[in-house]
Design a protein around this ligand. Structure first.
Ligand code: TYM
Length: 328
């Protein structure tokens, strides 16, 4: 790997915050898998970021390995991409500190995710929450990545990363490229409530690798078309979250939607079908996940190799940054 990539370099990060859900997969992980075939791709399990909300050491350790096994089972191939744990390549923390010196506090205070977190965890508004996007910028630009597959909830963080890059380059000369977000066809997956984005912490998630019964319960609990009072009323697939999700599981959604519009099918039929399709779709990944979790050393080896592979790149960027900033 050279400091400046010949083909665009991809970087993305995911928090080890428990069971992955449809939002993670449809909004981001599908793109991680797709892009690894075309570009030099680096994927990171961001355990430093997770420390802003997860404070139990054993939980964090377990979830980090689980997230690695999840990503591998969903299709990340260690021969085609680099998968690593953020804290195994700690240069990002030094870079994050250096970037804080070009980042006005006001930019961080206005970040929507910071405002959200302040509301969600009012007894734990730690400093890490405020500087969270600076560390995210450091993650990306340490590897001079230019394309960042994420869901739309990360748009503000990506915008801030670009602003930080511009601020750094203005002060110290052209050093970093500006990263761009890359979205899937489902940049915002709504949760089972049909209103808010799907999120583990909001309790509205459908877990992709859960057992079939759990998936069935989560899907059957979904809010559907609220304007459809009776089974014989016509449905509105454009606004029904269950119908929207059918787009990603099978190629017959147009026909299914027609059935809804003409009231040939009902919401319960649609939910049963969706639950069955989700379970089928992820059955092989679930098997692979269980196999990987039964051979944790293999997972740890992949993560260690990933961090090692990135060392020359991280070291080269940090040498350049220190030089530009006048650190001797
Ligand atoms: P995280 O761990 O919250 O989410 C991981 C990825 O899943 C996407 N996502 C969604 N997409 C669509 N609909 C949803 N309901 C949904 N929920 C989650 C997220 O957009 C994300 O792409 N701050 C990041 C982690 C991070 C990072 C980075 C990302 C740290 N450093 C550098 C990119 C580059 C986060 O908390 O993602």
């Amino acid at each position: 790997m050279t400091t400046t990539a010949v083909t665009p370099r991809i970087f993305s990060g995911i928090q080890p915050s428990g069971a992955p859900h449809l939002g993670n997969d449809l909004g981001a992980i599908r793109n991680y898998v797709r892009l690894q075939a075309e570009y030099e791709a680096i994927y990171c399990i961001v355990d430093y970021h997770a420390l802003t909300s997860t404070h139990d050491a054993a939980t964090l350790r377990t979830r980090t390995r689980e997230m690695a096994a999840t990503l591998l089972s969903l299709g990340l191939d260690p021969e085609r991409c680099t998968l690593f744990v953020q804290s195994h390549r700690p240069e990002c923390t030094e870079l994050a500190w250096l970037l804080t010196t070009v980042t006005p506090v006001s930019w961080l205070e206005r970040t929507p995710t910071y405002k959200e977190k302040k509301q969600n965890q009012p007894d734990d508004i730690n400093h890490g929450l405020l500087t969270y996007p600076v560390l995210q910028a450091a993650d990306i630009i340490l590897y001079k990545a230019t394309m960042v597959p994420v869901g739309r909830d990360q748009a503000a963080h990506l915008e801030l990363s670009r602003e930080i890059v511009r601020a750094f380059n203005n002060r110290y000369g052209d050093t970093f490229p500006e990263p761009q977000a890359v979205y899937t066809e489902a940049p915002v997956v709504l949760g089972t409530d049909g209103v808010r984005k799907m999120s583990k912490s909001l309790g509205n998630a459908i877990e992709v690798l859960a057992d079939p019964e759990t998936v069935r319960k989560q899907v059957m609990g979904m809010v559907t078309d609220t304007t459809r009072a009776l089974r014989k009323d016509p449905g509105h697939p454009d606004t029904c979250n269950v119908c929207q999700l059918q787009r990603f599981f099978g190629d017959d959604h147009e026909g299914l939607w027609e059935g809804e519009r003409t009231a040939q099918t009902g919401c319960v039929d649609m939910k049963k079908l969706l639950a069955a399709r989700i379970t089928d779709h992820y059955a092989a990944a679930r098997e692979r996940y269980l196999e990987l979790m039964a051979t944790p050393d293999r997972v740890d080896e992949i993560l260690a190799a990933g961090a090692e592979r990135l060392k020359p790149l991280a070291t080269a960027t940090m040498a350049e940054v220190r030089e530009r900033m006048g650190l001797r």
